[in-house]
Write a protein of this length. Structure first.
Length: 96
């Protein structure tokens, strides 16, 4: 097993008033600070989708932050699941 054995992926969908309130920018800042890779994007249904990869404890910290988001956001619910680390992302940014 290599150094990626402790890495996982997190796929989350954030529900509530989460678009147009700086959620994506704040998520990028938080994810990069935690050393995570992946993306964040607005979904057509009004949710924000996040796919992040990295150390499980850092993903847990990001998930905790997603449950409240930036000050202007009103998070109602966060659906999420953990999966295997793919290593496909070089950094963390916005995906359309």
């Amino acid at each position: 097993m290599g150094p990626d054995r402790d890495k996982k992926s997190l796929h989350a969908r954030v529900h509530g008033m989460v678009q147009g309130v700086g959620f994506r920018y704040s998520t990028i800042t938080r994810a990069r600070r935690l050393g995570l890779t992946g993306f964040v994007r607005n979904a057509p249904d009004g949710t924000v989708e996040v796919l992040a990869e990295g150390a499980k404890n850092d993903l847990d910290e990001l998930l905790g932050w997603l449950r409240s988001g930036p000050p202007a956001a009103r998070v109602r619910e966060v659906d999420h699941r953990f999966g295997e680390h793919s290593g496909r992302y070089a950094g963390f940014g916005v995906e359309s």
